[in-house]
Design a protein around this ligand. Structure first.
Ligand code: UDP
Ligand code: MG
Length: 149
């Protein structure tokens, strides 16, 4: 089963959107594998966004991500990474269609409420970074029988 890392950013937590974000992933048929409210360190965030270090928006991005707690989540499913990106929408909310999380709940790229991994490899790296004690798998017979064929 493929896994993806999803994170409610500080603006989503402050705006009370955690339940909405979780609900949408659950109702789509993703399997919840891990969930934790965290107060990340600057070091953790700089590693998470390591590939963006040279971008002009990087300092503002890190400050935004440090502005409050985040909710770290891992979801499993078939094509979980690509499906997760569809759920979240485009990086810029202006380009995100209604129906996506960013398309329904955000206005600007610097406050786009939610993160989802962009590739299987980065998902596994992010899961290891945010859940260093590991994430256990478990069987969900309902999803196996009624979400998948
Ligand atoms: N970001 C920003 N300005 C930009 C591009 C990105 O503030 O011009 C922020 C935004 O919060 C985005 C995050 O940096 O979600 C990570 O950028 P990435 O390109 O990885 O977008 P994502 O994968 O989140 O869609
Ligand atoms: Mg990204």
């Amino acid at each position: 089963m493929e896994r993806t890392y999803v994170m409610c950013k500080p603006d989503a937590v402050q705006r009370g959107l955690v339940g909405e974000i979780l609900k949408r992933f659950e109702q789509r048929g993703f399997q919840l594998l891990a969930l934790e409210l965290q107060h990340p360190t600057r070091e953790r965030l700089e590693e998470h966004y390591g590939d963006l270090k040279s971008k002009p928006f990087f300092p503002a991005l890190v400050e935004y991500m440090l502005s409050g707690p985040v909710v770290a989540m891992v979801f499993g499913g078939i094509n979980a990474v690509k499906m997760g990106r569809v759920m979240v929408g485009e990086t810029n909310p202006l380009a995100s269609t209604p129906g996506s999380l960013r398309g329904d709940f955000s206005m600007v790229v610097g406050r786009n409420i939610v993160h989802a991994s962009d590739a299987v490899e980065s998902a596994e790296k992010e899961i290891a970074l945010w859940f260093p004690n590991g994430v256990k798998n478990y069987t969900n017979p309902i999803i196996q029988q009624f979400v998948y064929e």
